[in-house]
Ligand binder design. Structure first.
Ligand code: CDT
Length: 335
């Protein structure tokens, strides 16, 4: 068995003027609740720390930059208490944030912070950026300006091992030459962010690397049918459809890639206007939802998962080495 207690920490409404200290206090509350349930790993949402600012057009760089983190986020005076609490509680955390690099580039980023290693093990920058560069002409339409504010991620889809979570892992040195530690060594994880979850290529990049758990946060508009280009809908229908697609892609891709997945929503009605869906969920490798949020506010959902359950998919239906037909897939990396 390769058991881990994992959680998604869903985060409800955050307004444009909500202070970061207030947000961090809410996140620490969720972390304390996780500690109470003996959780080992908590996934926080995309852009956890602020309102989902790509809904807004900012006139100055200064206004925009209020929403970005500059430099090492674990050392930022505002945010450091979250990482201190993670260390104290012995809980690994995934946190999403808007990153401004020294060169001035913006990325939609998340990091995996290991409590046992006391450092960031992996950074991921969102590859698939939805929305538009220019604001919509209709002044009533809610914008999605990620293409304006961020560059596409330049780190690829980096799978990584997370030590300290599963006891009694088999070390590579104890195996025969050529024998893999996939499913035996420290767990293999991958991160993506929101829109990435709709792209099978992102999931497949990870499953080709043996990933057993994919983690992602999201900010998905419940009232943005205009962005999808779908047929006219009432706001209620649009929200139901957005939730349906969010669950559909998580369940289907968990199954087709024989991995667990954790999704964490930034949700609720930001500034009383910007409606973001909830529906944080934990899925197993057979595509079943094993835990799901019941509210549209701050909420922790917890599951006790056994990564060994990935084996049946990875070794049977989706045993890539026996069943994939790569000679027929050439077009995928050419177009
Ligand atoms: N944040 C993000 O990537 N959101 C996109 C759509 C914008 S909201 C309609 C998503 O794929 O959920």
């Amino acid at each position: 068995a390769r058991k881990i207690i994992v959680a998604a920490a869903q985060v409800g409404a955050i307004n444009q003027d909500t202070g970061k200290a207030e947000v961090i206090a809410r996140l620490i509350n969720l972390l304390n609740e996780a500690a109470h349930h003996k959780v080992q790993l908590v996934v926080f949402p995309e852009c956890t720390l602020t309102t989902f600012f790509p809904c807004h057009l900012f006139q100055t760089q200064e206004e925009l930059d209020r929403y970005f983190e500059h430099g090492d986020i674990t050392q930022s005076p505002d945010v450091a208490p979250l990482f201190e609490q993670a260390k104290t509680s012995g809980i690994d955390i995934v946190v999403g944030y808007a990153e401004r690099t020294l060169e001035g580039n913006g990325y939609n980023t998340c990091i995996y912070f290991s409590a046992s290693e006391r450092k960031v093990l992996q950074k991921y920058r969102k590859v698939h950026l939805p929305g538009t560069v220019e604001p919509f002409e209709d002044p009533e339409a809610i914008n999605q300006l990620e293409k304006r504010y961020f560059k596409p991620g330049d780190l690829g889809f980096p799978a990584f091992r997370a030590p300290g979570l599963v006891p009694d892992v088999v070390k590579q040195s104890t195996l025969k030459a050529g024998q893999s530690t996939v499913g035996r060594g420290d767990p293999i994880f991958g991160m993506m962010i929101c829109n990435d979850r709709r792209w099978p290529e992102a999931w497949r990049m990870y499953s080709l690397k043996g990933v057993e758990l994919v983690m992602f946060g999201f900010n998905t508009g419940g009232n943005m049918a205009h962005l999808w280009g779908s047929k006219p809908m009432t706001p209620e229908q649009a929200k139901t459809e957005a939730l349906f697609h969010s669950k559909l892609v998580q369940q289907a891709n968990s199954y087709m890639n024989a991995c667990f997945s954790i999704s964490s929503a930034r949700c609720g009605l930001d500034d009383g206007k910007y409606d973001l869906i909830a529906g944080s969920a934990i899925c197993d490798p057979e595509g079943h939802v094993v835990a799901e949020a019941q509210t549209e506010g701050d909420e922790l959902i917890v599951a006790n998962i056994d990564l060994a359950d990935c084996r049946q998919g990875k070794e049977k239906t989706f045993d890539f080495s026996r069943h994939r037909r790569v000679e027929t897939y050439g077009l995928i990396d050419k177009q």
